[in-house]
Design a protein around this ligand. Structure first.
Ligand code: HEM
Length: 416
């Protein structure tokens, strides 16, 4: 019976991993892979259209395949062949109107403007379409499935495993687990993350789910409020991230007790409590996910908060290309030059994808820190935990505390 349960849980976890992996692949990258081979196989003959777009180009675009646009991006007029000023087209300096529009579209026109500010001289950039389609399509869909799938998984887990109870007899003694400032840091992080998650989802999913339900006017109000909260609360999240890193990094460095804990699956099934220090291996994974993904969300968020001022994707892609890892993973060569708007588009997608991943992880954390385990919430609620709980889940930490206090276990603070 237990084997069947393990198999069942394994299948669900594998499915969730697959959904997430699929959600993290931008469609144009996948298509680019496919199209790359097709494009080299068939050289398109454009003589019938005088070098312009052919039916084949249109069909490829409609199928979502990559279209080789060099016949347009390189056809932007040539000042060297400019007609004399008094001749036809002479005033355009060797380029016709279509040439100029193509130049603008492919960011090759020499545009000057009195508008000051980054990216103000980019008049057309067509990269916005795939970004919009990806944002409204796979990002929203798979991101939503990931969260719903995680909730369903946790509900199932609760049904199968039930609440993790304190096995032994409760002692009535309590030990201090987290000090006030530690709990303040945790709740600042938790509160801000939950607000950011909700307001972020409102911004991403509002058009699809909230406008049809509540109408444009109500949503406009909600979207404005969400954006304001999201932008400002982000600072609290970043501050809390620094706080918990400084407070807890020392307790989250991996050591050999983690291997034993993992080998026993944390004692979740099959009884027994593998020894653990202040944080067990599962908690260390949560901690490092929060730090690594939280920093990544913060950095891409800062790039969005100060538009065009902190471009980082072209540089990051160049570094990644040098490692050859993107090619090995089938992503091909990542773009190393991009317009300022493309930088923002990548920042937005990355910000949302990493946030979805962290939200899913945090849902599991919230579960185990509240309904999933008897006695766990007290650690962050009052800061004091039942000694029997501590002995079962963090036996090595209890020994450390006792040694530090130089007292026998009976000397713990009595419960109120
Ligand atoms: C209502 C929501 C939440 C509850 C009930 C909750 C509960 C808890 C509890 C009880 C602990 C202490 C566990 C122990 O004593 O060993 C803890 C630790 C922690 N929490 Fe939360 N938490 C919540 C939200 C969050 C959020 C949103 C984040 C991050 C974005 C977060 C990050 C952490 C981290 C990094 C730790 C230390 C490592 C660990 O115990 O896994 N928590 N939380």
């Amino acid at each position: 019976m237990r084997d069947i349960r393990h198999f069942f849980l394994g299948c669900i976890m594998a499915a969730l991993a697959l959904v997430f992996a699929a959600s993290s692949l931008p469609p144009n990258m996948a298509n680019a892979q496919e199209a790359g081979s097709v494009a080299t196989e068939t050289e398109i003959d454009r003589s019938a259209t005088g070098g312009a777009t052919t039916l084949e180009d249109i069909m490829r675009r409609q199928q979502g395949l990559e279209v080789d646009n060099t016949f347009r991006s390189e056809n932007i007029g040539d000042p060297a062949v400019a007609a004399g000023m008094s001749d036809q087209l002479g005033t355009l300096g060797g380029a016709s109107d279509p040439d100029l529009w193509r130049g603008m579209r492919f960011n090759a026109a020499d545009v000057t403007t009195q508008v000051r500010g980054p990216a103000s001289d980019v008049l057309i950039q067509d990269g916005g379409m795939w970004w919009l389609l990806f944002r409204e399509g796979p990002l929203l869909t798979y991101g939503g499935y990931l969260l719903l799938g995680t909730l369903a998984f946790l509900a199932l887990f609760f049904l199968i495993r039930g609440r993790v109870r304190i096995d032994g007899e409760k002692t009535g003694q309590r030990i201090e687990r987290f000090k006030n400032f530690e709990r303040f840091g945790h709740w600042l992080l938790a509160g801000s993350f939950i607000l950011l998650g909700i307001t972020g989802l409102v911004s991403l999913m509002g058009r699809k789910f909230l406008i049809p339900a509540f109408g444009h006017e109500s949503y406009a109000w909600l979207a404005t409020a969400s954006k304001w909260v999201h932008n400002n609360v982000s600072w609290a999240f970043m501050l809390a991230l620094v706080m918990i890193f400084a407070m807890w990094v020392i307790h989250n460095l991996p050591d050999k007790t983690d291997l034993k804990w993992l080998a026993k699956g944390g004692g979740l099934f099959g009884g027994g409590h593998p020894p653990a220090k202040k944080f067990n291996a599962g908690q260390k994974m949560i901690f490092w996910s929060v730090i690594v993904l939280g920093v990544s969300i913060s950095v891409s968020g800062l790039s969005l908060l100060f538009p065009f001022e902190l471009p980082m994707f072209a540089k990051t892609f160049a570094i990644l290309n040098n490692t050859a890892v993107p090619e090995m993973l089938g992503f091909g060569i990542l773009p190393e030059t991009m317009t300022p708007h493309e930088e923002m588009q990548y920042a937005q997608l990355w910000h949302a994808m990493v946030s979805f991943a962290l939200m899913a992880i945090i849902l599991a954390h919230i579960y185990i820190g509240s309904v999933g385990m008897e006695g766990a919430y007290d650690a962050m609620g009052s800061g004091m935990v039942e000694e029997q709980w501590a002995k079962e889940h963090h036996s090595l930490w209890v020994e450390e505390v006792k040694q530090r206090e130089g007292k026998a276990p009976g000397g713990a603070t009595p419960a109120e």
